[in-house]
Design a protein around this ligand. Structure first.
Ligand code: TRP
Length: 456
C-alpha cells in the first residue's frame, strides 16, 4: 500500500513538504496585516503561545492518524474505528480545503499578476504615489477578466504538480522552493530593517502593548496559528500518511512548526519596518502587501532603481512560491481521497477537483467586481468562504482530530505510533505530556475558541 501511494524520500523532504504546506500566504500576507490590525508584539506573543501549546498537539494528532494508517482521512478513520461514523470526517476534509483553495487561488492569482508586474520593472517609478498604487490594485481586483485568467493559471500549476504525484511532484517541487523561500525572505528582512525609519516598526514588533489585546484579537491570534499550520482539514494527516513507518513524528512536527513560526516572524520583520519607514498605517488590512509594498518599492526606487527592481521581483516570486506549496497540499487532500477510496486515477481526480475549485474560485474572484453586491450571510462570496472555513470548519475539524486520538484511539496505540514501538527515547519521555495536551488541553481550548467565534 505504502509503495503504491509513494512516500517521502527522506526526513528532509518530508519536513520541506510539510513546511511548504504550512508556509504560505498565511505567513506572508495574512500574518503581517493581522499583526498590524491587532496591536503588534502582544498579538505575536499570543500567536506564539497558541502555536506551541495548542497547534503542535493538534499537528501531532493528525500525523499520528496519518502515519498509523498510510491512508487519507476517510480511509484512515474507517481503519482505526471501523463501522463508525468517524469516516464521514473524510468528506469534511475533502470539502474544507477545496473551499479554502478556491479563494486562496484568487489571491494566488493576484500574486502572479504582481510578479509579472515586477518583471516588467513596474515598481521603480518613484513618481507613482500611494493613492495610485491603491487605485491600480482596486481596478485590477475589480475587473472581471484579468484576475480570472491568473486564478486559472494558478490552479493549473497546482494541478500539474499534483498529477505527477508525491515523489515526482510535491517532493521535487517543495524541496526546491522551501529553502529558496527562506533565503529570499531573510534577504528582504535584512533590507527592510536597515531602511531609514525602520526602528519604529521593529519597536512595534518587540514591545508588547497589552491594552490593544482585545478578546477578538486573542481569537484572531489563535485562528491565525491554526491557519498557518494548515490544521484541521486533513492536510497534515494526508502528508503524514506519506511518511515512512519509522519516521519520527516529534521531529517532523517540531521542525515544521518551528520553520512556520520563524517564517511568519521573519515575514513580520520584513514587512512591518518597511511599512513604518514609509509612514504607512500598520492596520491597513488585507491589502497591505499588494497595495503598500509596491509603494514602498517605488520609494526605494528613488535611491536605487536597480535595487528596487531586484527586491520587488524577489519578493513577489517568494509570495508566489509560498502560495503554491500551500495550495498544492489543499488539492492533495481531495485527490488522495479519490485515489484511495474511489480508486480513481490521479489525473482524473485532479481534473475533477480542479473543475470544482475553479468554478467556486470564479465566483470568489468576481465578488470583488461584477458580483460585489451578492451577499452570503451578509458577506461577499470571497469573505464568506474565508470566514466559514477559517473560523468554523478548521476549528471543528481540529477538535474532531484531537478528540479521536485522545479519546477514541487506544492510548497504547497512540504511544506505539508516537514512539515507533518504543524505539524513540525522547518521544517515550515526552509522550505523557503530549498525550495530556491532546486529550485535555487542546479539546478544551478549541471548544472555547469555537463558542467564542459563534458568539462574536
Ligand atoms: N498554511 C497555509 C498558509 O499559511 C495555508 C494552508 C495550506 C491551509 N493548507 C491549509 C490553511 C489547510 C488551512 C487549511 O498559507
Amino acid at each position: 500500500m505504502v509503495k503504491e501511494r509513494g512516500n517521502f524520500n527522506s526526513r528532509f523532504t518530508a519536513i520541506m513538504a510539510m513546511a511548504g504546506s504550512a508556509i504560505g500566504l498565511g505567513n506572508i500576507w495574512r500574518f503581517p496585516y493581522m499583526v498590524g490590525q491587532n496591536g503588534g508584539a502582544a498579538f505575536i506573543l499570543v500567536y506564539l503561545f497558541s502555536a506551541i501549546f495548542l497547534c503542535i498537539p493538534i499537528f501531532l494528532a493528525e500525523s499520528i492518524i496519518g502515519k498509523r494508517t498510510h491512508l487519507s482521512t476517510f480511509g484512515a478513520m474507517d481503519k482505526l474505528a471501523p463501522g463508525t461514523r468517524w469516516k464521514w470526517m473524510g468528506f469534511l476534509t475533502v470539502f474544507t480545503p477545496l473551499i479554502i483553495l478556491s479563494y486562496y487561488s484568487v489571491v494566488g492569482g493576484w500574486s502572479i499578476e504582481y510578479f509579472l508586474k515586477s518583471l516588467t520593472l513596474s515598481f521603480s517609478d518613484p513618481a507613482v504615489g500611494m493613492e495610485e498604487h491603491s487605485a491600480v490594485f482596486g481596478r485590477f481586483i475589480s475587473s472581471a477578466w484579468t484576475p480570472l485568467v491568473f486564478h486559472t493559471v494558478f490552479l493549473l500549476i497546482n494541478a500539474v504538480v499534483i498529477v505527477f504525484g508525491v515523489r515526482g511532484g510535491i517532493e521535487r517541487f517543495t524541496k526546491l522552493t522551501t529553502p529558496v523561500l527562506f533565503v529570499l525572505i531573510v534577504l528582504i528582512m535584512l533590507y527592510s530593517v536597515n531602511l531609514p525609519g525602520a526602528k519604529a516598526g521593529i519597536d512595534y514588533l518587540i514591545h508588547p502593548d497589552f491594552s490593544k489585546l482585545t478578546g477578538s484579537a486573542l481569537l484572531s491570534a489563535m485562528g491565525q496559528a491554526f491557519f498557518s499550520l494548515s490544521l484541521g482539514v486533513g492536510c497534515i494527516l494526508t502528508y503524514a500518511s506519506y511518511l515512512k513507518s519509522d519516521e519520527d513524528l516529534l521531529a517532523t512536527g517540531f521542525f515544521t512548526a518551528i520553520f512556520d513560526l520563524l517564517f511568519a516572524i521573519i515575514a513580520g520583520f520584513a514587512i512591518m519596518p518597511a511599512v513604518f519607514a514609509a509612514g504607512i498605517e500598520p492596520g491597513a488590512g488585507p491589502g497591505l502587501i499588494f497595495e503598500t509594498l509596491p509603494f514602498i518599492f517605488s520609494t526605494m526606487g528613488a535611491d536605487a532603481p536597480w535595487l528596487c527592481d531586484v527586491v520587488s521581483i524577489l519578493f513577489f516570486l517568494t509570495i508566489l512560491f509560498a502560495a503554491l506549496t500551500s495550495s498544492i497540499s489543499m488539492l492533495e487532500v481531495g485527490v488522495a481521497y479519490l485515489v484511495d477510496q474511489r480508486k480513481m486515477s490521479r489525473t482524473r481526480a485532479t481534473i475533477l477537483l480542479f473543475a470544482g475549485c475553479w468554478a467556486l474560485g470564479v465566483l470568489c474572484s468576481l465578488s470583488f467586481g461584477p458580483l460585489k453586491d451578492v451577499h452570503v450571510f451578509g458577506m461577499t462570496i470571497f469573505d464568506a468562504c474565508d470566514h466559514l472555513t477559517s473560523d468554523f470548519l478548521m476549528t471543528f475539524g481540529s477538535l474532531l482530530f484531537v478528540f479521536f486520538v485522545g479519546w477514541k484511539m487506544k492510548k497504547a496505540d497512540v504511544r506505539d505510533e508516537f514512539t515507533n514501538g518504543g524505539s524513540l527515547r525522547l518521544n517515550r519521555k515526552v509522550f505523557n505530556v503530549v498525550y495530556f495536551f491532546i486529550r485535555y488541553v487542546a479539546p478544551a481550548a478549541i471548544i472555547v475558541i469555537f463558542i467564542s467565534n459563534l458568539l462574536m
